[in-house]
Design a protein around this ligand. Structure first.
Ligand SMILES: [Zn+2]
Length: 311
């Protein structure tokens, strides 16, 4: 498998259009040792010439343009190498990119039933995907169930990898209405994804609420874990004056503090652990900051756009 981090920032990207925090100003004015990042987007290639996306970022069009592997080949001009998209939640920064994939292209979308319902029943804009012939093919993710993935058109139906969705707690986005948001399926709001092939395991969790411990064993046993690095501290976004919500209120376990991700992460995890979905306010983005150093010393890597790993 090949894993590519096409984008590593949280919603809004880095810098964010309406933000003049020290990080955003620093990257705009080139006074901070850091790099601009697009919104979190993961791509995995389980077989030559085939790519699976995890999330569908608002920056997806530019991210595809920036990576030759994701371009349609001249031999097959009407066919993208992107065969499937896994949706971790119905958050705007995880689904908006689907609208960039609308040009009469059929592909598979994997989501929980609740996320699909929010997108397709509540937001008619996503019906634009049905215009392909055949239309986009939705698959339901059943929590905790490991399933084989076969490439489309593969005669022998040979699985190329296995996937498991696990509930990570969290909540539905503010835009979704009560009627589509019953408490009985709270577990389907926000999922982590485990991808396995030939004894190698990738764990992807862009949003870790800390309200569920089901992610723990997967983080501990993964060769590569991509985990929620959204906020350094719980009150980080309150300091911007833009909201009264803490990181935990927004469904993100902050990195610092006695109950934060760095302290709470499984001690004996032998694989690479990489922070993704990093908000523009997070001090780890400043490569000269104490927080950046602390994250590295705790054994974490801080994702940058374009990071590629072969497993
Ligand atoms: Zn900012």
């Amino acid at each position: 498998m090949i894993l590519k981090i096409l984008g590593s920032a949280a919603g809004g990207g880095f810098p964010q259009w309406n933000c003049s925090c020290s990080n955003c100003n620093g990257v705009r004015n080139e006074t901070l040792q850091t790099k601009a990042c697009t919104q979190t987007q993961i791509a995995v290639s389980p077989a030559p010439g085939a790519w699976v996306l995890v999330a569908a970022s608002p920056d997806l069009r530019a991210q595809i343009l920036a990576h030759r592997e994701l371009w349609p080949s001249p031999e097959n001009p009407a066919r993208s190498p992107i065969v499937a998209v896994y949706l971790p939640s119905a958050d705007v920064d995880a689904v908006m990119g689907l609208l960039h994939l609308r040009e009469f292209q059929s592909f598979a979308v994997y989501s929980t039933r609740s996320v699909r319902r929010i997108l397709c029943k509540e937001n008619s804009l996503f019906r634009v995907l049905e215009r392909a012939t055949p239309g986009v093919n939705w698959h339901e993710l059943t929590l905790g169930e490991t399933t084989s993935f076969c490439l489309p058109g593969c005669q022998e139906a040979r699985p190329v990898f296995r996937y498991t969705a696990i509930s990570l707690g969290g909540s539905y986005p503010d835009y979704s209405r009560e009627v589509y948001n019953p408490a009985a399926i709270a577990d389907e709001a926000n999922i982590g994804l485990v991808l396995e092939q030939a004894g190698k395991k990738i764990f992807i969790a862009p949003t870790l609420s800390g309200r569920s411990s089901s992610w723990y064993e997967h983080a501990a046993s993964a060769d590569i874990a991509l985990v929620d690095g959204t906020f350094w501290s719980d009150r980080e976004l309150i300091a911007t004056g833009r909201t009264q919500k803490t990181a935990r209120d927004m469904g993100h376990l902050p990195l610092s503090g006695p109950h934060g991700l760095l302290a709470h992460y499984p001690r004996k995890a032998p694989g690479r652990k990489i922070l993704i979905h990093i908000n523009n306010t997070n001090p780890i983005l400043d490569e000269n900051s104490a927080e950046h150093k602390t994250a590295l010393e705790a054994g974490f890597e801080i994702a940058q756009d374009g990071l590629t790993i072969e497993l």
